[in-house]
Ligand binder design. Structure first.
Ligand code: ADP
Ligand code: MG
Length: 546
């Protein structure tokens, strides 16, 4: 500590570059400070630092981090507290900053608890006057602000015990339900009293005065979780249709389920809206890039003679993009698809009897999803689909759920009666088993550099700069934090060589759940799923597969 003080005194008033000399490790009375990377000028991204405290000092009771779910939740809690305290104390200028978590509890690289202690990874904007070093200000950061933040955020305070306990218990119970869905034959669970709608399209906060969720009696199930018993609606494997009038809450329910792959913080309203971990939201995405996907189960005999068993395009149509999205999700291992008609290509969903008459099979490249359903079911693939306008799916549905003024009703029997009474005149196609191709991206086509310099940047939750390309993730809906985008970019770079030997799905399976472990110890990452990593690779223009 004294060494750092002396160093700072020595470089006071010098040019900014002299800050480089403070990179290193310093012992403080209660913690260790690591200054890993000093920014090159006052306007560059802030300097990367870490603080380590032993458990003897931090004193968090072991039961708060005794298993993986609890540990991740406690790390999340401490990151939030660190964020708040840093903001409070360093003001708007943000001299000390750390990742800002949203409504989800994610594994992040900003806070790490292990057998030895707890480590925070954060950033410091080193102060300057013009381009001259101001040692007095820097000393204030390291010897006044930082110890305060560490004391308040990274040491146990019994006054916060109840809050921390709730945080870890909610995450533990959510994780418990997710792990047990499969055993119960369920794909999703929505607890009674959940608050599904959000404040607005851009605010991931619960809507005030929302109508709380209540399960239809016929679908009610309960879970004896480690910390409570939770009752709610269980959706079984198979094909589930969500029907109902416009504005009755269909998309809201589906969106909440799609976010059920993540744990949520207490008070979110969706704490116990849980989806199986392989849930993938599927949508049409016209304009997207597609590389070497076999979409022939859905689309074949294109007029230009293009081979749809090895389909590539710079500019997919609504239907081909949605077909590619389905095939790529299954390729990476998903057996649970979520589809909203609002964001689907009508011609991929259905071709009705009249259109079948006008445009005979030989002239129509598309085999609509409705005809693929039996085949998908045989593969064990479940679908939850919003079908506000298409009753043709009634025949294949295992459950028909009607949203009625935000209240779900089980109308399966009625839908089956109707299907019986108004028999579909559609000509059924029997397309056979769905064809999924395992692809191997060619490493040389995954290039993160520009003129020899690596350039990977998470511009936002929707945009990833990767070398010369910008990967558009705006319609990969289950990415929720910029830290995930950052992780995805660096993971792709680190793993690209491996594709020389193994397929995309093999590599994704190998690293799923531990992508952060192959990234450098910097506090800017949140764990992505294998799906989102693969989906980003799929959208990298210029990437080719064999
Ligand atoms: P649909 O897909 O059936 O047309 P949405 O899910 O888009 O309907 O919901 C329509 C509107 O109703 C949205 O603004 C949404 O926020 C709101 N909403 C959804 N669920 C609830 C609820 N439980 N309580 C109050 N408002 C809700
Ligand atoms: Mg809708």
């Amino acid at each position: 500590m004294n060494r750092l003080k002396a160093l700072l005194s020595k470089i006071d008033g010098k040019g900014y570059k002299a800050y480089k000399s403070i990179e290193g490790e310093y012992s403080f009375p209660e913690f260790k400070l690591m200054i890993d990377h000093v920014q090159s000028d006052p306007f560059a991204p802030p300097s990367a630092c870490r603080v380590f405290l032993s458990h003897q000092v931090s004193k968090f009771p072991p039961e708060l981090w005794e298993n993986e779910a609890r540990k991740i939740a406690l790390e999340d809690f401490i990151t939030r507290r660190f964020y708040e305290k840093a903001r409070e104390k360093s003001g708007k200028s943000g001299m000390i900053t750390i990742m800002k978590p949203g409504q989800k509890i994610l594994k992040r690289s900003s806070m790490l608890i292990d057998g030895n202690g707890i480590e925070a990874r954060f950033y410091v904007g080193l102060p300057a006057y013009g381009r001259r070093i101001v040692a007095r200000e820097a000393k204030k950061i390291f010897f006044d602000l930082l110890p305060q933040i560490v004391e308040e955020a990274m040491m146990y305070h019994s006054s916060l015990h109840e809050k921390m306990k709730e945080h870890v218990e909610v995450a533990e119970d959510a994780e418990f339900i997710r792990k047990n869905l499969k055993k119960e034959g369920l794909v999703a669970f929505v607890a009674n009293n959940s608050i599904l709608p959000r404040k607005s399209g851009v605010e991931d906060l619960p809507l005030n005065n929302a109508i709380k969720f209540v399960s239809p009696p016929s679908l009610e199930v309960s879970f004896e979780c480690p910390n409570r018993r939770i009752v709610g609606m269980g959706i079984r494997e198979g094909l589930t249709l969500i029907v109902g009038g416009a504005y009755h809450g269909k998309s809201t329910l589906l969106e909440a389920i799609s976010m059920g792959i993540y744990n949520h913080i207490p008070g979110d309203g969706r704490e116990f809206v849980i989806a199986r971990e392989d849930a993938v939201k599927i949508r049409a995405e016209d304009g997207r890039y597609v590389a070497n996907v076999d979409i022939s189960s859905f689309i074949s005999n294109l007029p230009n003679g293009m081979d749809t068993r090895n389909f590539s395009t710079e500019n997919a149509s609504g239907s081909t993009s949605q077909a590619a999205n389905i095939c790529e999700a299954i390729e990476i291992g998903s057996k649970f698809l979520l589809i909203d008609e609002d964001t689907s290509a009508t011609n991929l969903m259905l071709r009705d009897r009249r259109m079948q008459e006008l445009i005979p099979k030989e002239k129509e490249p598309i085999t609509p999803l409705i005809d693929m359903i039996p085949s998908l079911k045989r593969e064990g693939i479940s679908i939850i689909m919003i079908a506000g306008g298409i009753g043709e799916y009634f025949d294949e549905a295992d459950l028909v759920l009607m949203m009625d003024r935000y209240v779900p009703k089980d109308v399966t029997e009625k839908a089956k009666e109707i299907a019986h009474k108004f028999v579909s005149k559609r000509i059924r196609e029997e397309p056979g088993k769905i064809r999924i191709k395992e692809r191997r991206p060619i490493p040389e086509t995954i290039n993160p550099s520009i003129r020899g310099k690596i350039k990977i940047k998470a511009e936002s939750v929707e945009k990833l700069r990767f070398g010369m390309q910008t990967i558009d993730l705006g319609r990969v809906e289950q990415i929720v934090e910029r830290g995930q985008v950052k992780a995805i970019g660096d993971v792709i770079h680190r793993l690209s060589e491996k594709f020389a030997k193994k397929s995309l799905s093999q590599i994704m399976n190998e690293y799923n759940g531990r992508f952060l472990s192959i990234l450098p110890p910097r506090g800017e990452y949140s764990e992505p799923r294998k799906y989102e990593v693969a989906f980003a690779i799929n959208r990298l223009r210029g990437m080719k597969c064999v």
